[in-house]
Design a protein around this ligand. Structure first.
Ligand code: NCN
Ligand code: DMD
Length: 349
């Protein structure tokens, strides 16, 4: 029996009507196949990559870029939304500073620079900086695996990163700028959305001759957080570790990762459907559609909030897989009981 056949037989034999555990069971099956062996415990960790984006200086955001530093500090303290979710559910997390605009580092110090350059005036980063971001993402995944975690979820913090994410996605898909660029954390601010579109359109036209693959696109219009996430997802594929992406930013990073290394899609699980308009296109580029997404909860916070909520659901599902009675058992018991009761009734008549 192959491992896939063994897994399918075990899942078939859970005491429930076939198919009735739905998408979460399909996600659990995918995670088991990603492991390539029958794990008996679920050991998740949440990784948050934080960085600032130079394009904020050209009007890509409505709020202060300093929020990246403040909120990343709250994440370290455990008082951001996602880290409260982690604490509430006993899920360990780490904050990885790959480029917050501060003299001191926040969380783990992988700071490459104090934010990227503004892509309205030149490439967001140098090739060396891109490689440093890739190395940071890979190293944190390898560390987590060495520590014994077998499931990762990804989040990010970076004011301006819905602009870099839309730019990366548009560089990959060559789709329609207006329909894939959203409000980010400034809901309803259509002036801002138009400015973001203009910045992206201009940059992609200007850098077009240099953009040959996902790495070039990350270098010219991406961010340190996106680049680190991309490499982290590739490391998951190399290490056999399934992972949840979160919203639009992590979905754009997944799209870049799949462009660079197609087998990454075999380890990736969508968690929630972000309100950002590019979410569906990013998922589709990575090989998923809306029906593969378990949570439709009107979220657009980032940080990995949807991913951690999905981890709590998948953990319940795994507990069931490892502790439920069998379908064959319940069918045999039910048949026996049916015969006994029929016999009893015949006797009575
Ligand atoms: O994950 C998403 O889909 C998402 C959608 C909108 C906003 N965000 C978060 O908000 C920040 C980016 O928004 P903005 O408007 O500064 O580009 C960044 O810190 C993200 O974590 C995240
Ligand atoms: C307060 C705040 C928290 C965030 N968390 C992720 N992105 C964010 C953006 C803002 C503005």
């Amino acid at each position: 029996m192959t491992f896939v056949e063994e897994v399918d037989e075990r899942l078939r034999n859970l005491a429930r009507p076939p198919g009735s555990l739905g998408l979460l069971e399909r996600q659990a099956r995918k995670a088991i196949l990603a492991w390539g062996r029958w794990e008996t415990s679920f050991r998740p960790k949440h990784l948050i990559f934080a960085a600032d984006n130079g394009v904020c200086r050209s009007g890509a955001v409505a709020q202060l870029a300093e929020i990246t530093y403040m909120q990343s500090s709250h994440m370290v303290a455990g008082t951001s939304a996602v880290t409260c979710f982690c604490r509430c559910n006993g899920i360990p997390w780490e904050v990885i500073d790959v480029g917050i605009d501060s003299a001191d580092s926040v969380g783990l110090d992988y700071k490459i620079a104090r934010g990227t350059a503004d892509f309205a005036y030149g490439p967001a980063m140098t090739r060396d900086q891109l490689e440093a971001a890739f190395a940071a993402g890979r190293e944190r995944v390898e560390k987590a695996v060495a520590e014994g975690y077998n499931f990762l979820s990804f989040g990010e913090m970076g004011i301006g990163n819905t602009t870099t994410s839309a730019a990366v996605l548009l560089g990959l898909t060559r789709g329609d700028v207006a329909s894939l660029t959203g409000y980010g954390s400034s809901h309803g601010n259509f002036r801002l959305a138009l400015r973001k579109q203009e910045l992206i359109r201009t940059a992609l036209t200007r850098y077009a001759p240099q953009l040959h693959d996902g790495a070039d696109i990350l270098q010219y219009v991406g961010g340190f957080d996106l680049a680190a996430l991309t490499a982290a997802m590739r490391a998951c594929a190399d290490k056999g570790i399934p992972f949840y992406i979160d919203g639009f930013i992590t979905a754009a990073a997944l799209a870049a990762a799949v462009q660079l290394q197609p087998d990454v899609r075999d380890y990736a699980l969508p968690s929630h459907m972000s309100k950002e308009p590019g979410m569906s296109a990013a998922l589709r580029y990575a090989g998923f559609d809306e029906y593969d997404v378990p949570l439709w909860a009107d979220l657009s916070l980032g940080e990995g909030t949807g991913a951690v909520l999905a981890v709590t659901l998948l953990r319940s599902l795994f507990y069931a897989i490892w502790h439920m009675d069998t379908l064959d058992g319940i069918n045999a018991d039910a048949a026996r009981r049916h015969e006994e009761q029929k016999g009893g009734m015949d006797h009575g008549n």
